[in-house]
Design a protein around this ligand. Structure first.
Ligand code: 26A
Length: 347
């Protein structure tokens, strides 16, 4: 049975992020070694990574798939909701075929995208290097890096931001435009609406801790995986590598609206998801797939958030939200990249 429901209003959820086209291929380990990349990491492309994209297309039968972390989450939320235009997405693309493909995939999912278009830059891409059940990401943000806050200030877009009830932005977007994040966070705060973020990748806590901490007081729900939580703890100088303890410290960081204590949701691959609140830590089991059932793990974390959001915007309990997150992640792992097949089966 699908969970499609008609009781969520259009535009209730707004997200900002980097719209990227994923260029995905199975590669041998020495491919990662040659570019000094690590399994299950996500990085920003430097000059020395630029040949990767061509190499994947020419030598490894790369597939092109809609990507970009927040856009993935919102597409998955739309798929599960089964009702178009619940979610609105902002990000910057170029004026090219890749942008067209992203737009088509978003529209097919029912996601309402409002791209800023930068005519001087190509649409961003992300190399996805698959090694068995691991994936390593290398993003060339290109146009995505040129998102500006005035896009959110255009009257039609401002109305969309003002009218939303839930806001989701990745940590990845801290590399692009912290003022836009603060603007959305402040809007959410002024209207007493939930603001959700994601730690996104270890490098965010390593190199973007200052803007992350500027946003943190606004964050009602923070998502992350174990590697990201550890990187955050290291960046804070916390003398612990216990995930529960790290989660407790994250929820205890300063918060602007104390009437809604912060929640941390930490995923750990096929180990249980941790729901960490001020006075409790709960575990939610993950159904372990057999290796032969796994197509690739790209987008699993994004799908988890997408499943979560699809229920959260319906006012469902955290328990239901997390179970749906686990369902969505399990589904997209059995499909290439952050894509789905058929109707959602979440009950
Ligand atoms: C700023 N960076 C590095 C990024 C990303 C990113 N999305 C936004 N910003 N690096 C990788 N991704 C996306 O993450 C998805 C998997 O979780 C990829 O495009 C991929 O679809």
């Amino acid at each position: 049975m699908s969970t499609s429901s008609n009781n969520v209003r259009e535009g209730i959820l707004v997200g900002c992020g980097n719209p990227l086209l994923d260029i995905s291929a199975n590669v041998p380990m020495n491919f990662l070694d040659r570019y000094q990349m690590k399994e299950d990491d996500a990085i920003l492309a430097e000059d020395r990574h630029m040949p990767i994209y061509r190499e994947l297309v020419d030598g490894y039968q790369a597939e092109f798939l809609a990507g970009g972390s927040v856009q993935n989450s919102l597409r998955i939320a739309q798929w599960i909701l089964g009702q178009p235009r619940v979610a609105v997405f902002f990000g910057c693309v170029g004026e090219d075929d890749y942008a067209q493909r992203l737009k088509e995939k978003a529209a097919a999912a029912g996601l309402d995208v409002h791209y800023q278009v930068n005519r001087g830059q190509p649409t961003g891409t992300c190399a996805v290097l698959i090694t068995g059940t691991h994936r390593s990401l290398c993003a060339n943000l290109a146009a995505a890096n040129h998102f500006t806050i005035d896009h959110l200030e255009q009257p039609a877009n401002k109305a969309l931001v003002d009218n939303a009830k839930y806001y989701y932005i990745s940590g990845f977007f801290l590399t692009v435009n912290p003022p836009s994040i603060m603007h959305v966070a402040e809007t959410a705060h002024a209207k007493q609406r939930p603001f959700l973020m994601n730690l996104s990748a270890p490098f965010i806590s390593q190199f973007f801790m200052a803007p992350l901490m500027a946003a943190m007081p606004y964050v009602d729900i923070i998502f992350g995986n174990e590697a990201e939580a550890h990187a955050f703890a290291t960046g804070q100088g916390w003398p612990t590598d216990d995930l529960r303890e790290i989660g407790k410290r994250i929820v205890g960081l300063e918060k602007l609206n104390p009437s809604r204590p912060r929640i941390a949701i930490l995923t750990q691959g096929c180990d249980p998801v941790l729901l960490i609140q001020k006075d409790s830590v709960e575990e939610f089991p993950v159904t372990r797939l057999a290796v032969h059932e796994i197509v690739d793990t790209n987008g699993a974390g994004d799908a988890f958030v997408g499943g979560f959001l699809s229920q959260f915007v319906q006012g469902k309990s955290l328990d239901v939200c997390i179970r749906c997150g686990n369902y969505a992640a399990g589904h997209i792992i059995q499909n290439p990249g952050c894509t789905y097949s058929g109707s959602p089966q979440f009950v």
